[in-house]
Design a protein around this ligand. Structure first.
Ligand SMILES: [Zn+2]
Length: 369
């Protein structure tokens, strides 16, 4: 502390040298201490710390945690605690002591449990508040652009719901098979009966070996079918969108950064918390919505339909299902496709609008940390 002692005045006559902080220092100071400790593993040498002793019952405010790896300290050497002994801890707290207008470090050893508990609580609440405010400052300015995204996604969601409903109404006899495939994780297989060579078995098998009545099957995998949320009973992406929009509309939109800043700073604890919860839920719900919509669309990809057809028309597949895209009738919007699916019992024809393949606009997710 020799150099530190030279740098800092002595606010209390004859007392130890330390730096005076008339007000609680901001988060920068703890960051500086952390950077210093990272370099030196000796937080006690951070310039300006009160060297102690500080009375045991002195009220304090926690600025942050200290955690030093023992392997980086000389053997047996622990960090001195400003409230008790010079060789004391590896994990402790960086604190501000208002009455002495100083900062210092103490181990978990110190302060009576009540002081520490209440200081910890205040500290936790402060950290929580900071996280929530930072989150809102990032997330609130995005509300407007998120509403725009919902607007742009609308047509695609409506088309998704229309196709799902149409499929359920007109191709329900095919949906039952798709449900089975879905239960099977999308795997398409066919079973082929293998004729048993009775002559060979008679010679090779042991006496009494008898499997003449048994049938043998070989299972062949054709591939994996995607987009099987088409086979769930209820799929209403347009309604999901309405719910997300309603939730977003509950949030107030600010004109600029400054207005957002003051708006966030003025929020009560409970309003701040509930807005954070609402915004995080909206991000989660949109993520689920868009993943599911992408999955739904993947059912109608050319390769996927070709695979369904390959499986359905496999010579050993008794279901005899066909699926394909056909040239659409003239006069329709470019990119519209005519989708045909069925089996010998009946077939459904549906026009698929090209909005289904429109790329979703970018939705910016905000992480809470
Ligand atoms: Zn101590």
């Amino acid at each position: 502390m020799a150099s530190a002692a030279a740098e800092f005045p002595r606010p209390i006559d004859g007392g130890p040298a330390y730096r005076a902080y008339p007000k609680e220092p901001g988060p920068y100071l703890h960051q500086e201490l952390l950077d210093f400790s990272k370099r030196t593993a000796r937080p006690e040498e951070f310039p300006g710390l009160h060297p102690g002793p500080i009375p045991h019952d002195e009220p304090f405010v926690i600025l942050g945690n200290i955690d030093i790896d023992k392997s980086r300290r000389p053997a047996g050497d622990l960090i001195p605690c400003a409230m008790c002994t010079p060789n004391r801890f590896l994990q402790g707290k960086h604190i501000y002591v208002p009455r002495f207008q100083c900062v210092t470090i103490i181990g978990h050893c110190c302060a009576d449990k009540d002081t520490l508990a209440s200081a910890t609580q205040t500290f936790d609440a402060k950290v929580q508040k900071e996280s929530e405010e930072n989150y809102l400052l990032k997330a609130l300015p995005l509300v407007g652009s998120k509403l725009d995204v919902l607007e742009a996604v609308q047509a695609k969601a409506v088309e998704g719901r229309r196709l799902h409903r149409l499929f359920n109404r007109n191709a329900s006899h095919i949906l039952d098979y798709l449900r089975n495939i879905r239960r099977n994780g999308g795997t398409l297989t066919v079973s082929t009966k293998i004729p048993i060579d009775h002559e060979a078995e008679r010679f090779a098998g042991p006496a009494g070996y008898k499997r003449d009545e048994e049938e043998q099957y070989k299972t062949t995998q054709i591939g994996t079918l995607h987009g099987l949320c088409i086979a769930v009973a209820k799929y209403e992406p347009d309604r999901e969108l309405i719910l997300i929009r309603q939730a977003l509309s509950q949030l107030s939109v600010q004109r600029d950064e400054e207005e957002t800043f003051y708006y966030v700073a003025d929020l009560s604890d409970s309003d701040r918390e509930s807005q954070v919860t609402l915004l995080r839920n909206i991000d989660r719900t949109y993520s689920r919505f868009s993943k599911r919509l992408a999955e739904f669309v993947s059912f109608f990809e050319e390769d996927n339909i070709a695979l369904l057809n390959k499986w359905g028309k496999h010579p050993d597949n008794l279901l005899n299902i066909h699926a394909r895209f056909e040239r659409p009738p003239y006069g329709l919007a470019p990119g519209t496709r005519r989708f045909v699916v069925g089996n010998p019992q009946g077939q459904a024809v549906m026009l698929v609008s090209n909005v289904l393949w429109k790329a979703l606009p970018h939705w910016e997710y905000v992480s809470f940390d």
